[in-house]
Ligand binder design. Structure first.
Ligand SMILES: [Ca+2]
Length: 232
């Protein structure tokens, strides 16, 4: 009869303890990985995520006061720059920053909604020529779920670069609080990107879509079935 030798017994013990360690690491990882909001996985198809959004009619606009509820441009990520200047720096080229390394003074801008180009110059009567569009309009979000949010979530949404795009004053006014069923960028080649961004924002913040809006999004995405969601 052959008895297990001491080394092989020690090996079993070692193997067991490795497995125990692995299991406990997995358990710890599971506990700490629980996200506080839906994680934005990379390379998700817009058409697939669209199917995950709740479809519902608009809630009444009752109680909506944009400035009082959502505030002005803020810096929720606390990097020292308000969201407007961060997005200007992202969307303009050859931008010149003030000595605070944040405020955009000038820059070259190509509006993605229309293809129009202009030189941005910060100042009275010129800054407002390049407003920052909330791709999912603030009032649209309000009527599709944001009326239930607390102040922290409202400020985060209002200042989230994922939902922000520099554009032209004229187009920003035309859009108003339109969703994809009522307003789309005039430059047709940009519509897939635009709709994908709206879907990304709606998924991230659990904002619902109306039936007509979903149908409009689907018809845009039919022309670009491989369109991927932006993640920031
Ligand atoms: Ca910031």
């Amino acid at each position: 009869m052959v008895l297990p030798s001491k080394p092989s017994y020690a090996f079993i013990q070692l193997a067991m303890s490795i497995w125990e360690k692995r299991i406990s690491l997995v358990l710890v990882a599971l506990v700490f990985a629980a996200p506080s909001e839906p994680a934005m996985a990379a390379d998700q198809k817009a058409s697939v995520v669209l199917e995950s959004l709740t479809v519902k009619g608009r809630a009444p606009k009752t109680g909506y006061e944009r400035d009082a509820l959502f505030g002005k441009w803020a810096d929720p990520d606390r990097n020292g720059c308000d969201a407007r200047n961060e997005v200007l720096a992202r969307d303009l080229k050859n931008e010149l920053l003030d000595s605070d390394r944040c405020t955009v003074l000038t820059g070259e801008f190509t509006d993605p909604y229309s293809g129009t180009t202009l030189t941005f110059v910060r100042g009275q009567g010129t800054s407002n020529l390049v407003p920052i569009d909330h791709v999912v309009a603030v009032s649209d979000a309000w009527q599709k779920g944001a009326f239930k949010w607390d102040a922290t979530k409202r400020v985060k949404f209002y200042n989230d670069p994922l939902n922000l795009q520099a554009t032209l004053m004229k187009l920003n006014s035309q859009k108003g609080d339109g969703d994809a069923a009522t307003w789309l960028p005039p430059l047709k080649s940009y519509r897939c990107t635009y709709v994908a961004r709206q879907i990304a924002v709606k998924a991230k913040y659990s904002i619902w879509v109306t039936k007509a809006e979903k149908a409009a999004m689907k018809s845009i995405l039919a022309k670009c079935p491989e369109q991927i969601l932006p993640v920031r």
